[in-house]
Design a protein around this ligand. Structure first.
Ligand SMILES: NC(=O)c1ccc[n+]([C@@H]2O[C@H](COP(=O)([O-])OP(=O)(O)OC[C@H]3O[C@@H](n4cnc5c(N)ncnc54)[C@H](OP(=O)(O)O)[C@@H]3O)[C@@H](O)[C@H]2O)c1
Length: 280
């Protein structure tokens, strides 16, 4: 099968390239195909006739999206995926788009299932929700997978960010005390697990919405606690603080735990984190 991976140099994209390496993979990043250049992207994709298109390209700067990044955020996270979904439909190909836990408002303390109504509270969340809405209108063989708080080996694209896990490891060499937000409960996602999960979904499940995070949930505080425990840095002092301790332009959901009701349970975030820290 010919598979096109867009955003292939990102944290998730690079893992998907590995997971599908027994297929013919076209691994494109921004320099190969700017997905915001709709007509050029359409022409290039049509000429290569993939039967599966996986889009990992996205605008991920949640705070910038509240201001000057808003326009490009909606273009990348909503309009461009819609354009890609139309191209996929034209080709009879399947299309995978990654959304986010930020499509939820965070007031449901028990967490969110795949079919819960969307109520985003940030521009980034609204852009992902709009992407989901547009894809629903287009129809075809569309898979929407929602991860949250992805960690793994940093991608090699120019604009990619390091994950929270890598940030903590880097900062632990410089500091031994941190004020850490003990809120924003969600389910971290290990990029290699999400790549495998994506393959499992497209090979064995019907089109639809899926939750692709690890099992379990943590706040930033409990995530950091586990990272420092696993790297034998329990000497680091962590002070739990509220979300308002670090004022940021975008609001974050208080609880955006992604409940998976459609797939076999994923391994826990602690297990996945332990594997990452052993291997990195
Ligand atoms: N990371 C998280 O915590 C998280 C949480 C929830 C959902 N998600 C979603 O999961 C998916 C994968 O995220 P990720 O963390 O792997 O992203 P990432 O590491 O930022 O990778 C995104 C890739 O897309 C490329 N790209 C950006 N704009 C493009 C354009 N106009 N045309 C083509 N390529 C472009 C980037 O290239 P440049 O480096 O050159 O910009 C980068 O290589 C995204 O849909 C993201 O929104 C991520």
């Amino acid at each position: 099968m010919k598979i096109l991976i867009l955003g292939a140099k990102g944290m998730l994209g690079q893992e998907l390239v590995r997971v599908f390496s027994d297929h013919e993979v076209l691994a494109w990043d921004r320099e190969d195909c700017n997905i915001c250049d709709f007509e050029k992207a359409r022409e290039k994709i049509i000429s290569t006739t993939p039967s599966l298109i996986i889009n990992c390209a996205a605008y991920n700067n949640v705070d910038m999206a509240e201001g000057e990044g808003r326009e490009i955020c909606f273009k990348l996270n909503a309009e461009a995926p819609a354009n890609l979904a139309r191209v996929a439909k034209e080709l009879g190909a399947s299309f995978v788009q990654y959304s986010s836990d930020y499509v939820f408002g965070g007031t449901k303390e028990t967490g969110y299932t795949e079919d819960d109504p969307l109520d985003p509270i940030s521009e980034y969340g609204k852009s992902k929700a709009e992407g989901e809405r547009l894809l629903g209108e287009i129809g075809g063989k569309i898979y929407i997978i929602r991860p949250s708080r992805i960690f793994g080996v940093k991608g090699s694209g120019e604009g990619v960010k390091e994950s929270f896990v890598d940030l903590m490891i880097r900062l632990s060499a410089e500091k031994n005390e941190f004020d850490m937000v003990d809120s924003e409960l969600t389910s971290p996602t290990y990029a290699p697990d999400l790549a495998l999960r994506t393959r499992e979904i497209v090979e064995n499940h019907p089109p639809g919405i899926y939750h692709g995070a690890q099992d379990g949930a943590c706040t930033w505080y409990s995530f950091a606690q586990e990272i420092f425990r696993l790297i034998d840095r329990e000497d680091i002092k962590l002070n739990p603080v509220g979300s308002d301790f670090y004022p940021r332009p975008a609001k974050r959901p208080v609880c955006s735990v992604l409940i998976n009701t459609k797939l076999p349970p994923a391994r826990s975030w602690q297990e996945a984190l332990a594997e990452y820290l052993r291997d990195c």
